[in-house]
Design a protein around this ligand. Structure first.
Ligand SMILES: *[C@@H]1O[C@H](CO)[C@@H](O)[C@H](O)[C@H]1NC(C)=O
Ligand SMILES: *[C@@H]1O[C@H](CO)[C@@H](O)[C@H](O)[C@H]1NC(C)=O
Ligand SMILES: *[C@@H]1O[C@H](CO)[C@@H](O)[C@H](O)[C@H]1NC(C)=O
Ligand SMILES: *[C@@H]1O[C@H](CO)[C@@H](O)[C@H](O)[C@H]1NC(C)=O
Ligand SMILES: *[C@@H]1O[C@H](CO)[C@@H](O)[C@H](O)[C@H]1NC(C)=O
Ligand SMILES: CC(=O)N[C@H]1CO[C@H](CO)[C@@H](O)[C@@H]1O
Length: 464
């Protein structure tokens, strides 16, 4: 009404003007940038009467902020009414998405981000979204395996989680580990090792299967008990093959900075297993939650456990030198080792191939895994890619049936700088193991004599 009034008023002041401005034929479309236009001009933003210089460039043409523009109402800038006449915008309040109308304040979820319909300009509503890094990056799902060397997948369990949630719920090592300060073994003889090695092929069922830590940052506990279990099986030559309990560590290895489902240190976990021993999965099943420590004297926390409480022990942990050949030799002789590396948001999308971090967000947190072997492969251009074969604890639906391969020989994301291992402490483990089984194996005399001779797998001779 006011606009009409003023235009009539101006009409009387400038009864007729010929030539000059041509009438814009195009209407401002919905895709027009929100401006500001008149509001972006220096003073005066708006001009009275006809003033052809009182204009702003828009879509390669000009729009006007002089009151003359209302004569045709066709060449006024989009924000003329709001800026120059103080008229509230007439735009319909709301946003659209997939042919649906949303009211101001309504939200919708876009992967791991939340978008809210908000007034972004006088007269213009639009979606304002949070800007989290998501675990599944929709734009990268179709990345070329040729270029990156590995394939991605959209995992339902990771869809719509932020990188921070991924770290907090699925990883599990604090930034800095004291393991780095441990002295390391060295002077392995430089034997000729095979080009490919996979402990699962060499030791078959003595290498324990991939498990799922679920929504609990307990990779530190899984990698520890699974490396311990593998080595107990290998060094006892199949006598002690029990699956061991990560819950025992999550619930009982607390204090001293160990935080259960919120992360822990592998080095502290190893010392716990050395001192207190570790009980079996059957006896203390995994619950993926902190829980109070139920490690009783003789009974299992699982009242239905089919076996008695068995406690197994290891020697103190040792560190393998940050050297590709040493790590290979250690795995080849003694079995899987434990490694930790920095986790990037793209790692969650890994499906297959040789993983290399590709510029996605890189946090400070580390994931702990078992390295069980190595290999190399040549791509179409003839370039050799050396890799480690690792077992993760995100279930068998993730990656290559729960395993993944990662670049070897360049300490990629720190994978080679924190390699830990232990030996089985067979004397302590067997003296507590139910003796029936031991008697069956003809071992009872041996353990009472405190000599392990039947269990004959030789220890490496190159101790430090
Ligand atoms: C990704 O690939 C799938 C299947 O090949 C296809 O349906 C989809 O449209 C692609 N997405 C993008 C963003 O290219
Ligand atoms: C990923 O998977 C989730 C759940 O299965 C699905 O809702 C989503 O649309 C998928 N995202 C892409 C980009 O394919
Ligand atoms: C994440 O996506 C799943 C299915 O894609 C859905 O059921 C769930 O509600 C979503 N989570 C949140 C927090 O919106
Ligand atoms: C490792 O050793 C360095 C130098 O001796 C020391 O500054 C650092 O605090 C140690 N780190 C840990 C985690 O003990
Ligand atoms: C033990 O088994 C019984 C019967 O199968 C079951 O009802 C009970 O919940 C189980 N208890 C535990 C602690 O798992
Ligand atoms: C079945 C098999 O391949 N066993 C080999 C596993 O590796 C050791 C050396 O680490 C060999 O001695 C075995 O023959």
């Amino acid at each position: 009404m006011l606009a009409l009034l003023s235009s009539l008023l101006l009409w009387s002041v400038f009864p007729f003007c010929s030539g000059g401005r041509y009438r814009r034929s195009a209407e401002w479309g919905a895709d027009l940038a929100p401006g500001p236009y008149c509001a972006s001009r220096g003073q005066p933003q708006c001009c009275t009467g006809r003033d052809d210089k009182c204009s702003v460039e828009v879509l390669g043409s000009l729009c006007y902020c002089d009151s003359f523009c209302t004569r045709t109402a066709e060449d006024c800038c989009p924000d003329y009414d709001v800026t120059c006449m103080g008229i509230a915008p007439v735009t319909k309040a709301g946003c659209r998405f997939n042919d649906h109308e949303y009211k101001p304040g309504e939200t919708l979820r876009e992967n791991c981000n939340v978008c809210t319909c908000k007034l972004v300009q006088p007269g213009r509503y639009d979606w304002m979204c949070s800007k989290n890094t998501c675990l599944i990056d929709s734009d990268r799902l179709n990345q070329s395996a040729e270029v990156f060397g590995w394939k991605t997948a959209n995992y339902t369990r990771f869809w719509n989680l932020t990188f921070t949630q991924g770290i907090n719920e699925h990883v599990g090592i604090e930034t800095e580990s004291r393991a780095k300060n441990m002295s390391s073994l060295h002077s392995y003889s430089r034997d000729q090792l095979p080009i490919h090695f996979d402990a699962r092929i060499n030791w078959t069922s003595w290498i324990h299967p991939v498990r799922d830590q679920k929504n609990c940052a307990s990779s530190w506990a899984f990698s520890t008990v699974d490396v311990a279990a593998d080595r107990l099986a290998i060094e006892s030559e199949g006598l002690l093959t029990n699956q061991l309990s990560p819950q025992h560590l999550v619930s009982c290895n607390t204090g001293r900075g160990q935080r259960g489902c919120r992360g822990g240190s592998t080095e502290k976990a190893w010392w716990f297993v050395k001192r207190r021993g570790i009980i079996t999965e059957e006896c203390y099943p995994y619950t993926a939650s902190d829980g109070e420590c139920l490690d009783g004297e003789t009974t299992c926390p699982n009242a239905n456990s089919s076996t008695a409480k068995i406690v197994l022990y290891v020697t103190p942990p040792y560190r393998v030198r940050q050297d590709e050949e040493d790590i290979k030799a250690e795995i080849y002789r003694n079995g899987p080792v434990q490694a930790t590396f920095r986790v990037s948001s793209d790692f969650f999308m890994y499906r297959s191939g040789v993983y290399r971090h590709t510029g996605a967000d890189l946090g400070e947190s580390r994931l702990s895994v078992r390295i069980i072997g190595w290999g190399e492969r040549t791509n179409k251009k003839g370039k050799k890619r050396k890799y480690w074969i690792c077992l993760n604890s995100w279930g068998t639906k993730w990656g290559e049936k729960g395993a993944f391969r990662i670049v070897r020989g360049e300490n990629h994301l720190g994978i080679e700088e924190n390699v830990l291992a232990v030996h089985a402490d067979l004397i302590r483990s067997l003296s507590i193991h139910p003796s029936d089984r031991i008697r069956d194996q003809g071992l009872i005399n041996i353990y009472t004599n405190k000599q392990i001779v039947v269990i004959k797998r030789p220890r490496p001779t190159e101790q430090p």
